[in-house]
Design a protein around this ligand. Structure first.
Ligand SMILES: [Zn+2]
Length: 407
């Protein structure tokens, strides 16, 4: 039976065809009575068909399924047992490494299920988690967390799609046997080939091998790159050059790139133009970067964040990720892209009207992961989310009160 949801608002930035969609403009929202037929959103209508079932939308906001491009479910919610943690990135890595002795199957399952429940409540349909790879006793063995999270992903299929990206140091790909083993595990679970690079010695052969394996096996790439403010970090430039040299068709997502803050003027313009030409996407991770960067003692006087606005202006696909939640890298948080966007607003000067920034956690985040963007008008109605808010400032300021449209 057709359904008419009276008095509902949709952010215009999340409608593929705003002209055809109808409704009345109210700032960056379109308001009206929304017609849904056979699980398809038809658009706003003033002449609903006979026999339609009517629901009162009460002015609430309708959203497409959100996309979370960057998480660490192996680490999430480990904070309560970490004791007094704090410090920079390397201190966080060391504290989390010590905690890995506690990562039993049950522990990993319990913590990641909690995270996925938060994602579902936030209206997320697709999330990517990185999984630490290659520390501990046997640096080459498949991590326990990888296997557990692959099972958890299957448990959640149909509710939240969980994609896994391996996270070894880039040097690991410079060893052919290790690289082949990792790529085989990634293929086994339909995952993504990832690595982190922070001035590693073997980063050049490492990137070359990663691109080679990704091309050969049809894998997406996802790098933690240049997560530091020191001068001379060149990971992002090397990835860009490798992508241009090989013509790799992507997707290639680069997270962090805090060191872009060191670049200005023509050199920055050139790099960003090359990134756009190479089809790279850039993910900013405001909470973790603000928390771990700029720790020179005392109050930080520099923002640890990448140049998202400049990248977007240069034509690079940009998005926001939640990254760490209640672990050694960031001691607070919730797995909710809307909260991440709210936190990014003061950090990145994302000014009102806010509708235009929603793409960072929806359609553009999907593009960055190589997915088709889910607009309100091409998503199945049962995946749409109703938010308890009358305007976007209230939505971004409030708690995560969202539920499926057709619950
Ligand atoms: Zn990360």
């Amino acid at each position: 039976m057709p359904i008419l949801i009276r008095n509902i608002a949709v952010p215009r930035s999340l409608i593929a065809n705003p002209d055809r969609f109808g409704g009345k403009a109210d700032g960056d929202l379109q308001r009206g009575d929304l017609l849904v037929m056979d699980d398809r959103v038809i658009g706003f209508t003033q002449s609903p068909p006979e026999g339609v079932q009517v629901i009162n939308g009460a002015g609430r906001i309708l959203l497409p399924p959100l996309v979370e491009p960057h998480l660490h479910l192996d680490k999430a919610f480990s904070l309560p047992r970490l004791g007094a943690v704090g410090g920079d990135l390397m201190a966080a890595i060391a504290a989390q490494e010590a905690d890995k002795a506690q990562w039993t199957d049950d522990d990993l399952r319990h913590r990641s299920n909690r995270a996925l429940a938060e994602l579902q409540a936030a209206g997320v349909s697709y999330a990517r988690s990185h999984v630490d790879w290659g520390m501990g006793d046997d640096p080459h063995a498949t991590p326990r967390a990888w296997n557990v999270l692959a099972e958890v992903a299957q448990d959640w299929a149909g509710r939240v799609t969980l994609s896994l990206s391996c996270l070894p140091e880039i040097d690991a790909f410079a060893e052919p046997a290790t690289a082949a083993r990792i790529a085989a595990e990634v293929r086994r679970v339909g995952g993504v080939l990832g690595a982190w690079c922070l001035g590693h010695r073997d980063r050049r052969p490492g990137f070359a091998a990663a691109f080679n394996l990704a091309a050969r096996h049809g894998l997406a790439l996802d790098f933690h790159v240049d997560e530091g403010q020191e001068a001379g970090l060149d990971g992002l430039a090397l990835i860009t050059a490798q992508a241009l040299r090989t013509g790799f068709q992507g997707p290639i997502l680069c997270g962090h790139a805090v060191s872009l803050m060191n670049q200005t003027g023509p050199a920055l313009d050139r790099l960003l133009a090359d990134m756009a030409r190479a089809g790279l996407s850039l993910c900013a991770l405001p909470t973790t970067n603000l928390y771990l960067q700029s720790r020179q003692g005392g109050t930080p006087d520099r923002r640890g964040i990448t140049r998202l606005a400049e990248a977007a202006a240069a034509g690079v696909t940009t998005c926001l990720g939640t990254d760490n939640v209640q672990d050694a890298f960031f001691p607070l948080g919730r797995h909710d892209p809307m909260l991440t966007l709210a936190q990014a607003i003061p950090v990145l000067h994302l000014d009102p009207p806010f509708g235009r920034h929603l793409t960072l956690i929806a359609t553009d985040a999907a593009r960055a992961l190589g997915l088709a963007p889910a607009w309100v008008d091409n998503s199945p109605a049962h995946r749409l989310v109703l938010a308890e808010a009358q305007d976007l400032a209230s939505l971004l300021s409030g708690p995560a009160t969202r539920r499926p449209l057709l619950a």
